[in-house]
Design a protein around this ligand. Structure first.
Ligand SMILES: [Ca+2]
Ligand SMILES: [Ca+2]
Length: 139
C-alpha cells in the first residue's frame, strides 16, 4: 500500500496499481483524506498543456516542466490536457474568454511579474502581443 496523492492535500491509502492517472504516490501506510501534510506538497506540473500531479522534484524543468505548487490538474481530458496548464485562461476560471484579455491587461498595467509572457524578464509591449497570441490560439 502507498500514500496516494490525488491532488494538493488530497490523500488515500491505496494499492500501488490503483494510484494512477492524476496522482502520485510516496511510501506510507497512513494519511489524512484531506489536508494531508505530505500530499500538500504536490502541485501541477505543466508540460505544454499536459498536466500531471507531481512533487516539485518530480517535475523535470529540463524537459520543459513548469511546477505550480498547491494547484490541482483540472478540466480538459482527465489531466492529460488540462485547463490548469492553459496560459490563455489568465483568470483561471476554466474557460478562455474576453475577460481573460481584460484580466491580463489589468495585471500587466499594474506591473505583475506573471504577465511576462515573452519570458524576457521585463514587462513590455511584447508581453501583450505574446498573450494575445496564446489567447487567440486557445487551449
Ligand atoms: Ca478565463
Ligand atoms: Ca516580457
Amino acid at each position: 500500500m502507498v500514500r496516494c496523492c490525488t491532488g494538493p492535500g488530497q490523500c488515500a491509502v491505496a494499492a500501488l496499481w490503483a494510484c494512477t492517472g492524476v496522482a502520485v504516490y510516496i511510501q506510507g501506510s497512513s494519511c489524512s483524506a484531506s489536508n494531508d501534510s505530505i500530499c500538500a506538497q504536490v502541485g501541477a506540473c505543466c508540460t505544454g498543456l499536459s498536466c500531471a500531479t507531481a512533487f516539485t522534484s518530480g517535475c523535470d524543468a529540463a524537459a520543459g516542466g513548469v511546477f505550480t505548487p498547491n494547484v490541482a490538474c483540472t478540466g480538459g481530458g482527465g489531466g492529460t490536457q488540462s485547463m490548469t496548464c492553459c496560459t490563455a485562461d489568465f483568470d483561471r476560471n476554466g474557460v478562455v474568454a474576453v475577460a481573460d484579455l481584460f484580466a491580463f491587461l489589468s495585471a500587466w498595467l499594474s506591473g505583475s511579474a506573471g504577465t511576462d509572457y515573452d519570458h524576457d524578464g521585463v514587462l513590455g509591449v511584447g508581453d501583450v502581443l505574446a498573450f494575445v497570441g496564446v489567447w487567440t490560439a486557445g487551449c
